[in-house]
Design a protein around this ligand. Structure first.
Ligand code: ADP
Ligand code: ZN
Length: 537
């Protein structure tokens, strides 16, 4: 943007460069603060308009003679898109990344030194190269380093859901260039991640701009997994015929399988995971962005930085690691503000798998594992919760809210049953079995004993002689699984994935055994048909 006689205000830039008439939510305050040279930490949900929070200050400050804004962004694809959009708006922007030739990057460095750029995008690992540091230092000496914008700032925290070690060294930015203001932005960070982010990036004195994380147009639904593939087909066929969506699965193999199943059912679907070669991935991603009716079946390798406004649903066929991951992934639905679905199926096996991944990690410290288990439990509690999903989700991010009327639990309050007695039976069964045999057993065996099934294994260990044999015959297997999930979520039982997924009692089991806490459970699809029918008539 050319220098004019009176420097443009942020509002001028918003209108003249970006073609918008108003700032959205906290944008005006953030832009003002950053234009003045203040440090900022911005927490704003996906689609909230984070980019303008640094792009407008970059333009205003360049016009005021402060030089270039350096944007640190983790994804090359994202840089491409942003720089392309800025060029179209007439803003001098460029990126430096590993896809460029030596000549290309030298050319951009020259533009930088001639002060021709308003925004420079770079990956964090690039920032750390001696060459880049030298360049930044020489700009800084001439007062031509205006601002650092750190996008996806949660990547700096090992507690976040997308830790990138390269982000760690960004703390050096502040040490090396203490006078250059910084703005860090993220769409997902729970209290722990937030605190870690502040410490790592040395943003203790930054002004925090925390927007509501709520995405009112997204309808949250979490159902028990019975037959995931059939459930998914039914969901897409009844609610999202011919619409764009993302289906997340845990493994590459499953991604391929599910994509195939959807295709066989006449749904336009593609697979995406890190095992495909880069060109094919790019091609599929481009198709997803272009086409309105494509379902992408993917691992979590897909999605970050994908700005497609009309994604009508995000489905999880396997449970994510934690609420931050879930929220980030579901947040890709409905960026255009139109109604969208976040739909997940989950089961006991998901819990066991996630636990196993934490427990068997060879690189993680015990402290780290402990935190990850806690985060997994929080997600499990969300899944089992009978209250408004949005209230629970927002509460996790430190926000109070009222029941939303737009989630499965609000729209059709789940039938619940008083499961305190059942929980006690299960805990005492686990206890008795362990006492009697001196070793622990897995969920299937415990449920057989409870239900009074004299299987070969039950008889072999003499567990049909225990006082707890058959004390739970009134409930079906699905109900017992639900009881167990809830007990795991409540930290009373642990699945020991290092010992054949056996069940272990935790200290908190005592309270439940004594009847000091009550357990109320969702009536599960399989075990609760009578209840459901009652409600529907
Ligand atoms: P985020 O990075 O927070 O996910 P973006 O910066 O990509 O969000 O913005 C999301 C969309 O909202 C973009 O299409 C952007 O152009 C649009 N947008 C941002 N701010 C405004 C505004 N003040 N008025 C109108 N549209 C806006
Ligand atoms: Zn609700």
């Amino acid at each position: 943007m050319p220098l004019s006689s009176s420097p443009p205000t942020p509002l001028d830039v918003l209108g003249q460069v970006f073609g918008y008439s108003h700032f959205r939510g906290p944008q005006a305050a953030i832009v003002e603060h950053v234009v003045q040279g203040g440090d900022a930490l911005v927490l704003m949900p996906t689609g909230g308009g984070k980019s303008l929070c640094y792009q407008i200050p970059a333009i205003v400050r360049q016009n005021a003679g402060h030089g270039v804004t350096v944007v640190i962004s983790p994804l090359i694809a994202l840089m491409h898109d942003q720089v392309g959009a800025l060029h179209e708006a007439g803003v001098a922007a460029a990126f430096l990344n590993s896809t460029q030739s030596f000549e290309e990057s030298s050319d951009i460095e020259q533009q930088l030194l001639r002060n021709e750029l308003t925004l420079l995008y770079a990956a964090p690992e690039r920032i750390n190269t001696p060459r880049m540091r030298g360049l930044l230092a020489s700009l800084n000496e001439r007062g031509r380093l205006s601002l650092f914008a750190i996008d996806e700032a949660h990547c700096v925290s090992q507690w976040g859901h997308d830790f990138r070690p390269e982000y760690r060294s960004l703390s050096l930015l502040h040490e090396t260039f203490p006078d250059v203001p910084r703005i860090a932005l993220t769409a997902t960070a729970d209290a722990l991640t937030r605190q870690d982010m502040i410490e790592r990036l040395k943003l203790e004195d930054a002004h925090q701009f925390v927007s509501s994380f709520d995405r009112p147009n997204i309808r949250y639904t979490i159902v028990e997994k019975t037959d995931a593939t059939r459930q998914l087909l039914r969901f897409i066929e009844t609610e999202h015929q011919g619409e764009a969506g993302i289906v997340y699965c845990q493994s590459r193999k499953r991604v391929e399988e599910i994509a195939g199943t959807l295709q066989d059912a006449g749904i336009k679907a593609l697979a995406y995971h890190a095992g495909l070669d880069a060109a094919l991935r790019q091609q599929r991603q481009d198709r997803f962005l272009r086409e309105e009716d494509l379902v992408m079946v993917a691992t979590i390798a897909f999605g970050m930085g994908i700005d497609k406004p009309d994604v009508r649903f995000v489905a999880h066929l396997d449970m994510p690691k934690n609420i931050e991951g879930y929220y980030q992934e579901t947040g890709r639905a409905g960026r255009d503000g139109q109604s969208a679905n976040a739909w997940m199926v989950y089961g006991l096996q998901d819990v066991v798998n996630q636990r196993r991944m934490i427990d068997t990690s060879e690189t993680a410290s015990e402290e780290f594992k402990q935190v990850m288990r806690g985060k997994l439990d929080a997600l499990l509690s969300l899944a089992e919760d009978t209250r408004c999903r949005r209230v629970s989700l927002l509460h996790y991010f430190g926000e109070d809210s009222q029941p939303c009327g737009n989630c499965d639990n609000c729209l059709s309050p789940p039938a619940v049953w008083e499961a305190t007695e059942a929980a006690r039976k299960m805990l005492s069964c686990i206890y008795r079995v362990q006492q009697a045999s001196g070793i622990s057993f897995g969920a299937g065996h415990i449920m057989d004993i409870l239900r009074g099934k004299a299987t070969e294994k039950v008889v072999q260990y003499g567990h049909d002689k225990l006082s707890t044999f058959g004390i739970g015959a009134e409930l079906g297997e699905a109900q017992w699984r639900s009881v167990l999930r809830q007990l795991i979520a409540k930290n009373t039982v642990r699945v020991d994935t290092e010992a054949y997924s056996t069940l272990q009692l935790l200290p908190d089991a005592r309270q439940v055994l004594k009847g000091e806490v009550s357990v109320v459970l969702r009536a599960q699809a399989l075990g609760s048909k009578p209840d459901r029918r009652k409600r529907e008539t």
